[in-house]
Design a protein around this ligand. Structure first.
Ligand code: TRP
Length: 497
């Protein structure tokens, strides 16, 4: 790798960049619809517990692997233990899977932002507006291209300037806006019913499905199990405090999700649309329901229009920030490993994502998107979780990982016992159970947790899902054969000081 690795300037640079990656559509689009789908309070409670335990612990572990090796995932894993280099490949396929559909959704957001900015809000609330929009291929493709181009431009500006400038300005603004929206929405008549539904766990709704959905969402939202946090960690220098930064990143991610849950449930109940939570819960929920809720928000059309604009502006910048991180993560991993030119890699990547994204803009696009998204989170991320925790827990010496996490931390130190128990035992065992259970359920219930109930049959579910796995195989076996110049010097032991 290059001798001089670009690094984050200033203490806040890393935190903002990593939080910018974590906080995204996953928090505002995915989290609330899952909460609606899997029983409000019960999902919320499960999610919080898993985020604080699994999510936080594994996120700081990944960051520390990156900092220690100063390498991105593929090279980091092979440097720590050659036998696990496949894991780096496996993990770095995930952003490749996510990027195309994430950008398609980013395109939808951009479209809505444009509609709201140009005063067409009333049109957007008509019942089949969203359905009509996504079933006319040309339009979503156009908006996708705009979104992708914006993302590519930001990436090409470079990590030091790009990441920091975008995140620094946007993150605090977004948090304040969402907070405002959440508080405002609480004062709507009936909104408190929504808050109650959201905050009161109904234990009869607890099931393996809830745990699986929440676990996948924790990984997805925190951008772990997908090479990203390792890459971010690799930009850190020795003086950074991973334990403290990890807490800030994990909690801001959690906070934005919780806030958008409140926004979702209060506005839905406050505008009498709570039935839509059940009937329309799916990837389209945020698009079908939010605008309708916003139009009914207050009697003042002007206020509603401004509100809508601000809200979608918020969503759009969050989406770009995350998409930016996806592109950055993939191109860093690739150019690090093969010594390819970063600029060319980025452009090629955006073009490939563009081609793949065409699948999501066909007639059955939304269903394919839903299946791929859920397959990625409920199978791929969980499987990587199993393998990664085994690797870290049993092959990388947990004492050294913990030491790396706690290195500069004075106030909060990750307890060694906690880390050992979590990473060696609890995580691999429970993730394996979830993974196996999901496969059994896939066949037993003809489609698993995202099967029959959502109207997808087993065949299409498996076909779209296998596409994801096929991509993993391509990444794992074909790309390593790519004859690039590997600029790295591999050394055997990296955990020694
Ligand atoms: N965490 C992002 C979100 O919540 C989505 C995401 C998943 C992501 N994987 C990523 C973002 C990798 C950047 C990099 O929206």
């Amino acid at each position: 790798m290059e001798n001089k690795r670009s690094s984050f300037t200033g203490k806040l640079g890393f935190v903002l960049a990593a939080a910018g990656s974590a906080v995204g559509l996953g928090n505002i689009w995915r989290f609330p619809y899952l909460a609606a789908k899997y029983g409000g309070g019960m999902f919320l409670l499960t999610y919080i517990v898993l985020a604080v335990t699994f999510g936080f612990t594994l996120m700081v572990a990944e960051i520390s692997l990156g900092r220690k090796t100063q390498l991105s995932a593929i090279s980091a894993f092979s440097k720590l233990d050659k036998r696990f280099s496949f894991l780096g490949y496996l993990a770095s396929i995930v952003p490749v899977i996510i990027l195309p559909y994430y950008s398609v959704i980013g395109g939808w957001v951009t479209k809505y932002l444009y509609v709201f900015a140009s005063g067409g809000m009333q049109d957007a609330v008509k019942d089949d507006y969203f359905t009509n929009f996504i079933s006319t291929p040309a339009e979503p493709v156009g908006w996708f291209l705009i979104f992708m181009a914006l993302t590519a431009i930001i990436v090409l500006l470079g990590v030091e300037k790009g990441v920091e400038k975008v995140s620094k300005v946007m993150m605090p603004v977004l948090v304040v806006l969402t907070l405002f929206v959440a508080i405002y929405a609480m004062f709507m008549p009936g909104a408190m019913e929504g808050v109650k539904y959201y905050l009161t766990p109904d234990f009869s709704k607890f099931s393996a499905t809830t745990v699986l959905a929440a676990m996948g969402q924790v990984f997805y939202s925190m951008s772990v199990m997908m090479a990203i946090m390792i890459a971010y960690g690799s930009f850190l220098d020795d003086s950074s405090n991973i334990a403290r930064d990890g807490i800030i990143i994990a909690f801001s991610d959690l906070a934005v999700s919780l806030l958008s849950g409140i926004v979702m449930f209060t506005t839905m109940y406050g505008t009498g649309l709570q039935d839509m939570l059940a009937t329309k819960s799916g990837p389209g929920l945020a698009f079908g329901v939010y605008p309708t809720a916003i139009v009914n928000l207050s009697k003042s059309g002007v206020f509603n229009a401004i509100f809508a604009f601000v809200f979608y502006f918020c969503l759009c910048t969050l989406a770009i920030d995350s998409a930016f991180s996806l592109v950055e993560g993939i191109s860093t991993a690739f150019s690090d490993k093969f010594g390819t030119d970063k600029k060319k890699t980025t452009i090629t990547l955006c073009v490939i994502a563009g081609v793949i994204s065409l699948v999501y803009t066909t007639g059955a696009g939304l269903a394919v998107l839903d299946i791929v998204d859920n397959w990625c989170n409920s199978f791929t991320l969980i499987l990587i979780g199993v393998l990664e925790t085994i690797a870290i827990g049993w092959f990388f010496k947990t004492s050294k990982v913990v030491k790396e996490i706690n290195r500069n931390s004075k106030k909060f130190k990750m307890p060694r016992v906690w880390f050992d128990i979590a990473v060696k035992f609890v995580a691999p065992v429970s993730l394996t159970v979830l993974f196996v259970w999901n496969i059994i359920d896939l066949f037993k219930n003809k489609g698993g947790i995202y099967g029959a109930a959502d109207g997808y049959n087993l065949t299409s579910n498996i076909l779209a899902g296998w596409l994801v796995f096929a991509l993993c195989l391509v990444r794992g076996f074909v790309i390593p054969r790519f004859k690039g110049k590997n600029k790295q010097t591999e050394t055997e032991e990296t955990w020694e000081d």
